[in-house]
Write a protein that binds this ligand. Structure first.
Ligand SMILES: C[S@@+](CC[C@H](N)C(=O)[O-])C[C@H]1O[C@@H](n2cnc3c(N)ncnc32)[C@H](O)[C@@H]1O
Length: 282
């Protein structure tokens, strides 16, 4: 992963070569200092305290309502870049045939489906989400892979044993959680020592070109949301992205959650960030 060019915060740690094709990037020590400052809409305080202002039941009900339009809207809003972002997230897991993965806040199960393709029939993938409406679509799409299972559950109390998986992923889900650190801690808990935790999330780019993209996102998304009669949900999308901490702070939260070797990579002008951390080896 490359050192993020849009992020002025100093990042400790040298670039580290990646064995899996990911480029080198910053690493973060597993301790955090005081918060660089709270964003509007997020809980204030140290990075460990940060999270979305809405609770899981409220967010789940909202995603139940938008489930029928979710995939189409995602394709349009991402400028059809989303499959590429997901491919990179899958590659970052380091998963191989026969391994096990959990996809948290799996939604309609797109990333879970790609993970299932990667681990194959001797592997196992569990997708977890609070929204039964989103999972209904995930089950329809993934029904031809019996090693892919979906269950209703909360990201902050995952329905899984400690160390049960080789990797945990979350795509466009972390910014919806009321406590980011607990979200990462839970993912770390269910991953075996030396496994990976991967987080793909919308970011707020700071490059000039990225800011133009951000302007489009912040202006056009609520209008498109209104056109599909989901104005409130797509206003929420914009505000949850505004409230989400910058990449260096997310990396610090991951480190505070016990992950090591944390690094990140901005994609598509910094509109999206891929964070990767590992659980400490035994
Ligand atoms: C923007 S969607 C992302 C879905 C999918 N991961 C994707 O890449 O398209 C966010 C998802 O997070 C889920 N979610 C929000 N809060 C959650 C929580 N506390 N636990 C589990 N899932 C949650 C929502 O129901 C929704 O399906």
């Amino acid at each position: 992963m490359s050192r993020p060019d849009h992020d002025p915060e100093p990042v400790p740690g040298p670039p580290v070569p990646q064995p899996d094709g990911l480029s080198a990037g910053p690493s973060v020590a597993p301790s955090v200092g005081p918060s660089p400052g709270a964003s509007p809409g997020a809980s204030p305080g140290a990075p460990a305290d940060r999270g979305n202002a809405l609770g899981a039941p409220e967010v789940g009900a909202m995603f139940d309502r938008i489930a029928p339009v979710y995939d189409g809207m995602n394709a349009v809003i991402s400028g059809f870049q989303e499959p590429r972002w997901r491919r990179r997230a899958v590659a970052a897991t380091g998963l191989r045939s026969g391994m096990a993965a959990i996809d948290v806040a799996t939604g309609t199960g797109k990333l879970a489906g790609s993970l299932a393709d990667r681990v194959g029939p001797f592997g196992r993938v569990l997708g977890v989400d609070v929204s039964p409406g989103m999972l209904e679509r995930a089950r329809d799409a993934g029904s031809d892979a019996p090693w892919l299972e979906f269950v209703v559950g909360d990201a902050l109390a995952l329905p899984a044993d400690d160390g049960a998986f080789d990797a945990a992923t979350i795509a466009f889900g972390m910014r919806n959680l009321p406590d980011y650190r607990r979200g990462f801690s839970e993912m770390a808990r269910v991953v075996r020592p030396g496994g990976r935790v991967v987080c793909l999330e919308i970011a707020r780019p700071r490059t000039l070109a990225g800011r133009v993209g951000r302007l489009w996102f912040e202006r056009a998304v609520p209008l498109i949301g209104r056109a599909v009669r989901q104005a409130e949900a797509y206003r929420y999308l914009v505000s949850s992205v505004r409230a989400y901490p910058p990449p260096a702070e997310i990396a610090a939260i991951m480190a505070a959650a016990g992950l090591v070797d944390v690094r990140w990579r901005p994609m598509t002008l910094g509109m999206v960030t891929l964070h990767v951390g590992s659980t400490p080896p035994r």
